[in-house]
Design a protein around this ligand. Structure first.
Ligand code: SF4
Length: 326
């Protein structure tokens, strides 16, 4: 569900499912419930275009109609059938899996334990074959959701939560497998990486990114670099130790002592001759090209001043505000 209104959300889910029922491409694995066949289709589509994957799908199933048949075949033969499809690790993993079991477990958790099955593939098989209400987030879904919410660089957790919320909202109207496939189909055929067809998109009226869809999500090269920092507040609510900041971004401002990278706390404690500091919280702060994660600690200190008397960055204000809640 998009944050912004329950009535809009139910319309969103219905709009997409109606569109999918009408416009989905007729692919050989549509309507399929056999977990092995669904797994094969998903594995093929991971790195192969649909048009190229279809003949391999048929060829593979003709020679290995069941997981058991696949498990009995020598690897060399499996690779021969896969020949020309590329990314042979996929064929090796499928074969390894077939050697291990002749029946796929009927849950997401069980599927995740099998060799070579990542969260996306396990969720796709669990939802499509077994009807488990678990959202499958692949590249297509990531793109659609990023645009829908106008998110430049959503974390995998945020995407998964959003996808899960939508899936649960759709349950009265469609099955988990149908919903997951509908979202992927939209990404593959309408909300494409370049020049998405917003004017014929069933989600247009719900979409926050439609004005400039190609802005979302940011390409990998332009995503902010994550940086880990440790900040040490010396003092307390009555006053803290501050030092001048240097560098292009924060130079001229004042702030609490900070260190970048692993071992930051140890270096800060050593610098101030302290034995320990107490953890007060963690915060995130985004600069244009950097995403900061700051772990904030506090220790008593004698030489303190009123922070309101110094120019502080937004980041330092956020750090000090943790004292109010700690
Ligand atoms: S309106 Fe455009 S950007 Fe938004 S989901 Fe549809 S195709 Fe994608």
């Amino acid at each position: 569900m998009l944050d912004g209104g329950a009535s809009a959300a139910s319309g969103l889910e219905k709009s997409l499912l109606d569109w999918y029922r009408r416009y989905q491409r007729p692919l050989p694995w549509r309507g399929e419930h056999d977990p092995y066949r669904i797994l094969l289709a998903e594995v093929l589509l991971q790195q192969t275009r649909v048009a190229q994957a279809i003949p391999y799908y048929h060829r593979f199933l003709e020679r290995f109609p069941t997981l058991e048949a696949l498990g009995r075949a020598p690897l060399e033969e499996v690779l021969r059938v896969w020949q020309g499809c590329g990314y042979y690790t996929r064929a090796r993993n499928l074969h390894r899996l077939a050697r291990q079991t002749s029946a796929l477990p009927p849950t997401y958790a069980g599927l995740r334990e099998l060799p070579g099955l990542g969260p996306y593939t396990a969720a796709a098989v669990a939802s499509i074959a077994f009807g488990e209400a678990v959202a499958a987030v692949d590249g297509n879904v990531r793109r659609v959701l990023s645009r829908l919410h106008a998110w430049e660089d959503p974390s995998p957790k945020r995407l998964q939560q959003s996808a899960q919320g939508l899936l649960e909202g759709a349950l009265g109207y469609g099955s988990p497998g149908e919903w997951n496939q509908a979202l992927m189909e939209l990404g593959a055929t309408v909300c494409t990486p370049r020049r998405p067809a917003c004017s014929r998109c069933p989600l247009e009226r719900f979409c926050r990114g439609k004005g400039q869809p190609e802005r979302y999500p940011l390409p990998k090269s332009r995503r902010p670099k994550p940086i880990e920092l440790t900040a040490l507040i010396l003092g307390g609510p009555m006053g803290v130790y501050l030092e001048p900041r240097s560098g292009g971004v924060l130079g001229g401002l004042w702030g609490v002592p900070m260190e970048e990278g692993p071992g930051g706390l140890e270096r800060l404690l050593k610098r101030f001759g302290l034995e320990e500091a107490r953890f007060v919280g963690r915060l995130r702060h985004d600069f244009t090209h950097r995403r900061l994660q700051v772990w904030v600690y506090q220790a008593p200190w004698a030489r303190v001043e009123d922070p309101r008397r110094r120019p502080l960055s937004r980041l330092d204000q956020k750090i000090l505000s943790l004292l109010d809640t700690a």
